[in-house]
Write a protein that binds this ligand. Structure first.
Ligand code: URA
Length: 217
């Protein structure tokens, strides 16, 4: 059996490129940066849910007759997991497309010295239905510490990695390598892959600290 390989999509959408440019620009003020993140959350979600959102075939009555219709299947559980803080801004965009999805917050903070992630808030349920589709919102995947911790927390609660989609604005090779080795059946939608992560764990050129810039801190 061939092993699955991590799929990483960089959708060639002009609005994704545009809002990435706005977010990268150091002169962009915080409220506009937040808007850029919301827009990126919207368009990356749009791309990510194409072949993932469960549908069902129904018959509907139009004013003139009956016809078949493909509708979102409300029976299949859908979940969004934003990684706090910065994942909240992407969540806002994602929710415009998935208004009925449950949202489980995960608060992770990175130690500035060791670059290790630690968890300060975990609102995940004890167990997920194995059919649950999980969309993770994480703007920056640099060293991969936060996304790896998130996947560990999700899979030990019954989430199938093959049903996860990750939306991220900028990602870098260390995070992709770790994720690909541990969770090759997951899928990533990113606006860009940058090659470098500096000693402080920031992506270069990246866009700086996404949380600080989104919240003006
Ligand atoms: N987190 C950020 O906010 N920016 C980076 O470049 C890396 C991690």
């Amino acid at each position: 059996m061939p092993q699955p390989q991590l799929r990483v999509y960089v959708p060639p959408h002009p609005l994704i490129k545009h809002w990435l440019g706005v977010a990268r620009d150091a002169a962009t003020p915080s409220p506009l940066f937040k808007s850029a993140m919301i827009e990126l959350g919207r368009w990356l979600t749009y791309e990510a849910i194409r072949d993932w959102l469960p549908t069902e075939e129904l018959m509907v009555q139009t004013p003139l007759g009956s016809c078949s219709a493909t509708m979102v299947n409300p029976e299949v559980p859908l979940v969004v997991v934003p990684i706090l803080r910065a994942g909240l801004a992407l969540l806002e965009g994602a929710q415009t497309l998935l208004p009925l999805a449950s949202v489980y917050h995960l608060g992770l903070v990175r130690d500035e010295e060791t670059l290790e992630a630690s968890c300060y808030l975990n609102k995940l349920p004890r167990q997920f239905d194995p059919q649950t589709r999980v969309l993770i919102t994480e703007p920056m995947m640099a060293t991969g510490g936060s996304i790896m911790m998130t996947m560990t927390e999700l899979t030990k609660r019954g989430v199938d990695p093959a049903l996860t989609r990750i939306i991220t604005v900028v990602t870098a090779p260390p995070a992709l390598q770790k994720l690909g080795a541990a969770y090759p059946s997951s899928t990533i939608y990113t606006a860009m892959i940058d090659e470098e992560v500096n000693q402080q764990g920031y992506i270069v050129p990246g866009l700086g600290d996404a949380g600080d810039r989104a919240f003006g801190t």
